[in-house]
Write a protein that binds this ligand. Structure first.
Ligand SMILES: [Zn+2]
Length: 473
């Protein structure tokens, strides 16, 4: 048994995009923590059909979607699921001191349902809000069970202290709000874990804040940089600004009466871009009730200035698709919020879509595919598919299938793109600025690319396989 030094065990998220599960053990502080506890969504979707659920933790371990703790120096990582069904958590003692979650994409947090309830969860205030909103809007299941978890919430500027191990969370820009990176002051040196980030989004200043904090002279040399590398090998020159400009251009020459648009549900920036354009040109923007609820929550807390607009209550060009009586608490909440402000007329039913001209219709799988049959058949439309990182989201129809389907309906497809992940040159600049002793790429299918690229540099690239341990003294 080691009594000093560091050990990293890469249980998920290496040689693959997402499903990050990194066990960090600091033997001097006697601390064991997880950096993210996600599930690789691509692999998950390969094993489970839409709406299908695993039967047990064991099944997920067997499929390699959750770590097999038996081979590790940790005890009782998982909750006693049978007992947790009754919401009574009687989990055994564990030697895991915490699970740190960088951001609310499923490939970073989806394993939390299974965690032993004696393990504290550390995440951002708003990160937790989004996880809870997801949970409230999804059916109760083995994968959607956050009852009994002990949350420890932070904001940028806080310093976490786990048995003397200090962790500094700093916000970063990503395709979802409330994303963080961590600076960890271990007994073996400074470790930086980026989570997912980008430099080309509207809030890139936040990623710069993270970099500023990392390169702060008081911190000294960074020993280990665990860096996301989704797009290290390939990038498109892109920005959210360009998305807006390109759609504006389309409007200048626009022969269409409506657009079906598709983007990640919680991609606030994309929502804002489409909604702004709709408003500017006097079009309606139609979203589902569930989306309205998410955006309403974001408006309410508006952790960034840019989250004030669009405003679900005030913006009358936003219509909300609903039908039937409210079945769930969240539905009740969004309906009441609008009715209270006398905005109830902004709810529209599926059969009322026919009466609309000039509309944007937010389209993901929560809207039935035959939605276009509800649109006035005399109108001409186009489909705009916007980047959805398929490894972060719930099950989503793939673009090829959709494009084929729309082609048969006489609806051309477009792509506008701005990813949630840094482009190659941004990653390279970031890594060079951090200038760590060791670089460990995660969240990428091309970790060896880093090795090749940095081969003549002073930075030593380590490329662990899944379940590999890296010991540092
Ligand atoms: Zn992400």
């Amino acid at each position: 048994m080691k009594n000093s030094g560091l050990r990293f065990t890469f249980l998920g998220g290496v040689n693959e995009v997402g499903g990050n599960q990194i066990l960090l053990e600091d033997f001097t502080y006697n601390v064991k923590i997880f950096l993210d506890f996600g599930i690789n969504i691509k692999n998950f979707n390969e094993h489970f059909e839409r709406y299908e659920e695993p039967s047990s933790v064991k099944e997920l371990i067997k499929l390699g979607l959750l770590p097999n703790a038996e081979h590790l120096s940790i005890e009782n990582l998982y909750t006693n699921y049978e007992a947790s069904k009754s919401q009574e958590y009687i989990d055994l003692e564990t030697n895991v001191d915490g699970v740190l979650i960088t951001h609310p994409h499923k490939d970073h947090f989806y394993g939390l349902s299974f965690i032993n309830r004696n393990i504290p969860i550390y995440t951002g205030v708003f990160t937790k809000k989004i996880i809870s909103a997801y949970s409230k809007c999804s059916k109760v299941s083995i994968c959607n069970n956050y009852g009994g978890l002990e949350w420890n919430l932070f904001r940028t500027g806080d310093v976490l202290n786990i048995k003397g191990l200090k962790i500094i969370p700093v916000h970063v820009d990503h395709s979802i709000p409330a994303a963080y990176g961590f600076i960890i002051k271990t007994s073996g040196g400074i470790v930086v874990y980026t989570g997912d980030f980008r430099m080309h989004g509207p809030l890139s200043a936040m990623t710069q804040d993270f970099l500023k904090e990392i390169t702060n002279k008081d911190l000294g040399k960074i020993d280990i940089l665990i860096c996301e590398g989704t797009h290290i090998h390939r990038g498109a020159i892109e920005s959210e600004n360009n998305v807006e400009k390109n759609i504006e251009q389309l409007f200048l020459e626009n022969p269409y009466d409506f657009f079906l648009v598709k983007y990640g549900r919680l991609d606030w920036d994309r929502f804002r871009t489409f909604s702004l354009i709709a408003k500017k040109h006097g079009w309606k923007f139609i979203i589902t009730e569930k989306d309205a609820y998410f955006y309403y929550l974001m408006n309410k807390d508006k952790i960034y200035e840019s989250m004030k607009n669009p405003n679900i209550i005030d913006d009358d060009h936003i219509l909300i698709l609903s039908h039937g009586n409210a079945k769930y608490g969240w539905q009740e909440q969004i309906r009441q919020a609008l009715h209270k402000k006398k905005k109830g007329s902004r709810f529209i039913k599926y059969n009322e879509i026919k009466e609309l001209e000039r509309q944007f219709l937010f389209y993901i799988t929560s809207v039935p595919r035959d939605i276009i049959k509800k649109i006035n058949p005399n109108l001409k439309g186009a489909f705009i598919s916007s980047s959805i990182d398929p490894y972060t989201e719930e099950y989503i129809d793939n673009n090829r299938t959709l494009t084929r389907y729309f082609r048969q309906q006489g609806i051309p497809s477009y792509k506008v793109h701005a990813s949630g992940h840094a482009m190659p040159h941004h990653l390279i600049n970031f890594i060079n600025s951090v200038n760590p002793v060791y670089l460990i790429p995660v969240h990428t299918e091309h970790p060896l690319f880093f090795k090749t690229f940095f081969k003549n540099s002073e930075i030593e690239v380590l490329v662990p396989d899944k379940n590999d341990e890296i010991d540092l003294n």
